[in-house]
Design a protein around this ligand. Structure first.
Ligand code: NAD
Length: 505
């Protein structure tokens, strides 16, 4: 929900608290850019600690009634929400494209993948079924139930402003929790659209709240005594900070961080297929995906033809504003980030790499928006900055390896472990790789192996802090706690005093 300032005509994206938009009372705000033209298009409220407290209070007040709401009613609301998101796909996608910059078809894809998580949450009556053991001891039955935690918070990144919130709140709410979402301040509008649609679906006021803001809002959420759990998705340094701070305050935390995803190409791979996949996975959403491929590891004879095939394809990518049809890649999120990404291309020859395609030379860079063409760096070595850092832009590095063993060691030595892909026609090699690789999500001839909603998403090592992955069955586990009940019905005939420790046999 946004209101336009009468004097400037510029809209302000507000919070959504207790079922309605709420403008910030304290005057802190930030700019929301349109990356395709490089201009400010809106302002967004930045919550103070007091406003965060209001959102948490609203969620807390809604909790006891919401957790008592029958599962079938919760599922009914989620079904209705599913229908509303489906009917509003384009509106949500346009809002994503306008604030993030990714192309409209890509944004439609984001909404579609988010919708799968809503569909999963619609199955909540089945998902919350517990186990039951009859006659665990004489006359005693034991069963487990899973109960919601209370008020839970979600803190989300700029690169999937609709999908990542949908990884979190549908499951959390279906499980009986109430939710406070703090979306990225860079593209805050899609979250408010989703909250509005949840309300139209019949969600009681206060069950879902959106608080806009920056670090100050996050800090308050992390220490707030009424927040029981925090789901975070963003960069690794912030993920680590969130994990350490929120666990210190006694909260359950899952904090998903950044990535450096490799694509291993064996000499027997279909080079055209591998090149298509590498370019799609490196340049889709201008490389601003946590599952983007940023390093191709080419083994032996695969390297030369692969570099040629990737370079030829990169030069053909159509770059321009995401709302203009036919464009395949949009701008980066803001000027600072575009310049930072370009600096890796500038620095690559200094470190000894070869610039096979220089995206800075693309004519699109002269447009007003935050555009940068796709770049290909060859002969990259593990100690180079362009290999070590998560660039988060359309820059693909090629590292040449002499063997599978050398390539595997490189991948396993990397501090990140989000996604990885292997391209080969050899089933045995692929199976060995799946066994060996220390990464949470693996693709076999699949470049972006984001799990479907009925599995769970999560990396290893510096790509995830916490124990449980996000969404899917692990999401349900994260948003509930188990209670085990041992029950006996009175049978006066067998009752006696027994001070011994209870035994089951
Ligand atoms: P970010 O870490 O800068 O911000 C994420 C969220 O944290 C935002 O809501 C932001 O307001 C807040 N935040 C930022 N700095 C903070 C601080 N110092 N203290 C407290 N809160 C802070 O991430 P981003 O730039 O929005 O998103 C890109 C990053 O997210 C990339 O590193 C990408 O790999 C990662 N990401 C990971 C996944 C995953 O599933 N592992 C998915 C999407 C994005």
């Amino acid at each position: 929900m946004a209101v336009a300032d009468v004097a400037t005509g510029i809209r302000t994206v507000n919070h959504w608290i207790a079922g309605r938009p709420l403008a910030s009372e304290f005057g802190r705000s930030g700019e929301v850019w349109n990356p395709a033209i490089g201009e400010v298009q809106a302002r967004v409220d930045f919550a103070t600690a007091k406003e965060v407290d209001r959102a948490v209070e609203s969620a807390k007040n809604a909790f006891s009634e919401w957790r008592a709401t029958p599962l079938s009613r919760r599922a009914e609301i989620l079904f209705k929400f599913r229908e509303l998101v489906d009917a509003n796909r384009r509106r949500i996608a346009e809002s994503i494209t306008s604030e993030h910059g990714k192309t409209l078809p890509d944004a439609m894809g984001e909404v579609a993948r988010g919708l799968e998580n809503v569909e999963f949450a619609c199955g909540i009556p089945n998902l919350l079924k517990g186990g039951f053991s009859e006659q665990a001891s004489r006359g005693i039955d034991v069963y487990q139930i899973r109960q919601p935690l209370g008020v839970v918070a979600g803190i989300t990144p700029f690169n999937f402003p609709a999908m990542v919130p949908l990884w979190m709140f549908p499951n959390a709410i279906a499980c009986g929790n109430t939710f406070v979402l703090k979306p990225s301040e860079k593209d805050p509008s899609p979250s408010v659209i989703l909250a509005e649609l949840m309300q139209r679906a019949g969600l009681p006021d206060g069950v879902l709240n959106v608080i806009q803001g920056d670090r100050a809002a996050v800090e308050r959420l992390l220490e707030h005594p009424d927040i029981k759990a925090v789901s975070f998705v963003g960069s690794t340094p912030v993920a680590k900070y969130i994990y350490e701070t929120a666990t210190r305050h006694g909260k359950r935390v899952q904090a998903l961080g950044g990535a450096k995803n490799h694509m291993l190409v064996l000499p027997d791979a279909d080079i055209d297929m591998a090149a298509d996949a590498a370019v799609s996975a490196a340049c889709g959403s201008a490389g601003e995906r946590c599952m983007a491929i940023s390093a191709v590891v080419a083994v032996g004879a695969a390297a030369d033809p692969l570099v040629d095939a990737i370079a030829e394809r990169m030069a053909r990518i159509k770059i321009g504003p995401g709302l203009e049809s036919g464009n395949e890649m949009g701008p980066l999120i803001n000027r600072e980030h575009r310049d930072r990404v370009a600096s890796y291309v500038e620095n690559a020859p200094v470190e000894g790499a070869t610039v096979a395609v220089d995206g800075r030379a693309d004519p699109v860079c002269k447009r007003g928006g935050f555009f940068l063409g796709a770049s290909l760096l060859d002969h990259v070595k593990p100690e180079m900055r362009c290999y070590r850092d998560e660039i988060f832009g359309p820059v693909l590095s090629v590292v040449r390896a002499t063997s599978y063993t050398e390539a595997l060691r490189l991948i396993n030595d990397n501090p990140y472990g989000n996604g990885v892909a292997i391209f080969t026609r050899d089933g045995g090699a692929a199976r060995q790789f799946q066994f060996d690789v220390e990464v949470g999500m693996v693709g076999i001839n699949v470049p972006i192996p984001v799990p479907v909603s009925y599995y769970s998403f999560g990396g290893w090592k510096a790509s995830l802090f916490g124990d449980l992955h996000i969404y899917g069955p692990e999401g349900v586990q994260f948003y509930t706690r188990a209670k085990v009940v041992s029950s006996r019905w009175p049978d006066p005939g067998t009752s006696k005093i027994d001070l011994g420790f209870p035994q089951s046999r």
